[in-house]
Design a binder for this molecule. Structure first.
Ligand code: RP5
Length: 166
């Protein structure tokens, strides 16, 4: 059977990582946005403490696989985005997942408080939609079509507010 190679359009540009399959529901809005913008992406469950070797390998190989941005979601002592950022020069966006015990404050502080040198762009707790939109904004410098789509998306937000019936 012939192996179908991925075309340039199909190759993922965004890698979405999450520390556990239990994060998937909170990460879903990122998938929705990227699909809406027709931006190829891939999703992986990889944990900084349960699968450290695989998580590091994924981060280390991301750039050579032509990914342009990594989104990493994690909850609790949420070290995944920081660990991933340490192994790649690609921009890393962290999504703090709302945790059971501390409502995500633990995740937020673990991700946002990176010491100077290795940045992680952090969105709100469960802020997956904004993580995807930020990824698109980062890539828009290189991909003019993403920029146009982002402009159109902003326009729809504007229209929704202006057309709101109160
Ligand atoms: C983190 O621990 C994951 O990112 C998840 O948010 C949290 C709980 O994981 P599970 O116990 O549900 O697998 O690593």
């Amino acid at each position: 059977m012939a192996i179908k190679r991925k075309t340039r359009e199909e190759r993922p540009l965004v890698g979405i990582m999450m520390g556990s399959a239990s994060d998937l529901e909170a990460v879903e809005p990122a998938r929705t946005i990227l699909k809406e913008f027709e931006i190829p992406f891939e999703m992986k469950v990889l944990s900084a403490h349960r699968t450290p070797d695989q998580a590091l390998q994924y981060a280390a190989e991301a750039e050579s696989r032509n990914l342009e941005v990594i989104i990493a979601a994690a909850g609790g002592a949420a070290h995944l985005p920081g660990v991933v950022a340490a192994k790649t020069l690609l921009p890393v966006i962290g999504i703090p997942i709302k945790s059971k015990s501390l409502n995500g404050l633990d995740s937020l502080l673990s991700i946002v408080q990176m010491p100077a040198g290795i940045p992680v762009a952090t969105v709100a707790i469960d802020g997956a939609a904004n993580a995807a939109l930020l990824a698109i904004a980062i890539m828009a410098g290189k991909h003019p079509e993403f920029r146009s789509k982002l402009r159109r998306y902003r326009k729809t937000l504007e229209e929704k507010v202006l057309n709101a019936v109160v």
